[in-house]
Design a protein around this ligand. Structure first.
Ligand code: PLP
Length: 411
């Protein structure tokens, strides 16, 4: 009868706690730079025009229904999604070395990867960047997969610690799994340059690393799907003869499907000599992923998948989507510039170039925990305690307030 009585209450999730405090804050002027979700210039969630059109086409179709999808998800989604991340002309796709399965957004894809690693690559830790998205650690550790950090962010210079990163690759046991943020690194907003990616991935190939790309922001960093997939596509090319690759893909941010939980996991099998039956390998891998999905969610959610599949398979909607990603990434870039300019104009102590140089949804501002607390308490500006600000929460109406508030707390 007392079996539940001694179960410890855990602290709430830090990010969702911000949302809660914001909702309870009675001040009329508040600024949400917490959650990583795009906001338009009036601070509102944005349903992408491509999504609006896709939804109206879906509802107008007399055959629309709410039936179950298959266990691996909607084929029109998974095949379109593979082309989005790998490129239309991907040799891996032409050579049928890709296994794709629908997942509960990016988190679900990572979760499947974690279960798969625990089962088929037991004992291997997953190396994650220092810092990384906090949920990475929870997702892998909840499945019994240990995580180890590799150096990434150099706080003193606010730049990439490339040497430390490469040394970690070189000194890890052969066959280690490295989780790489495909673009728009969360939380730092700092991505390796293309030349740095070449060095990183060369080191990975030399040390037989298994890359696990987390692609949650493709199209958000630069507005271009191809540019933001540079690292993934280079990795797929360099590893074509050597190691398998995991890709965890989310459509939460780039299609604005946050709550619909639409994503995919892709496993890429390396090329092998002709005695190896790659078709049999991909079938086996697909069956194992399906086994995981079946036992956990039975089959993935249909609605978001139908929307994204429509966007990816209708030329006009695809074009609109490309435009929508440009709209989002350009507005964020503009707000980075505006905030940085205002801090410079206010002669706020410190250098604020990193706000402009970082990319994607976030800026790792360098503000301390105490400064972040004061921003919230005294100015109604909410961000993560690490100093990570979601730039998408800025707009012309609130950026002055935010700049003045930052200026006040850093002095
Ligand atoms: N990976 C990273 C780095 C993220 O920042 C996020 C979301 O914030 C995700 C994965 C997964 O998000 P979702 O499960 O909403 O697709």
């Amino acid at each position: 009868k007392t079996i539940f009585n001694n179960i410890e209450e855990l602290p709430g999730d830090a990010l969702f706690a911000i949302k809660q405090r914001l909702a309870e804050d009675s001040r009329t002027f508040k600024v949400d730079l917490g959650i990583g979700a795009y906001r338009d210039e009036s601070g509102k969630p944005w349903v992408l025009p491509a999504v609006r059109k896709a939804e109206s086409l879906i509802h107008a179709d007399p055959s629309f229904n709410h039936e179950y999808l298959g266990i691996a998800g909607l084929p029109a989604l998974t095949s379109g999604a593979a082309k989005v991340i790998l490129g239309e002309d991907s040799p891996a796709l032409a050579e049928k070395r890709v296994v794709s399965s629908q997942s509960l957004s990016g988190t679900g894809a990572l979760h499947i990867a974690a279960k798969f690693i625990n089962k088929f690559l037991p004992g291997r830790p997953v190396y994650v960047s220092d810092p990384t998205w906090a949920n990475h650690v929870s997702i892998f550790e909840s499945q019994g997969v240990k995580t180890v950090t590799y150096p990434y962010w150099d706080a003193a210079t606010k730049t990439l610690n490339l040497d430390g990163f490469i040394k970690a690759i070189e000194s890890s046991p052969r066959g280690s799994i490295f989780l790489l943020h495909a673009c728009a690194h969360n939380p730092t907003g700092l991505d390796p340059s293309e030349a740095q990616w070449e060095e990183i991935l060369d080191a990975c190939v030399k040390n037989d690393i298994i890359p696990l790309f987390d692609s949650a922001y493709q199209g958000f960093a630069s507005g271009s799907l191809a540019k933001d997939a540079f690292a993934v596509r280079l990795g797929v090319k360099l590893f074509a003869e050597t190691a398998p690759i995991f890709i965890c893909q989310s459509f939460a941010k780039n299609v604005g499907m946050y709550g619909e939980r639409c994503g995919c996991i892709h496993l890429i099998v390396p090329k092998q000599d002709s005695s190896v039956n790659v078709t049999a390998i991909t079938k086996a891998l697909g069956s194992q992923i399906s086994k995981i999905t079946r036992s956990e969610v039975s089959n993935p959610p249909a609605y978001g998948a139908k929307i994204v599949a429509k966007v990816l398979n209708d030329a006009e909607l695809t074009q609109q989507w490309h435009q929508d990603m440009i709209t989002m990434s350009q507005r964020i870039t503009k707000m980075r510039r505006t905030l940085s300019d205002k801090l410079v104009a206010l002669k706020t102590p410190g250098n604020w170039d990193h706000i402009v140089n970082q990319c994607g949804m976030f800026s790792y501002t360098g503000l301390t925990k105490e400064m972040v607390q004061r921003l919230e308490k005294e100015h109604g500006v909410y961000m993560v305690a690490s100093g990570r600000a979601s730039i998408a929460g800025l707009n012309d109406q609130n950026v002055d307030h935010v700049a003045n508030a930052i200026n006040e707390v850093v002095r």
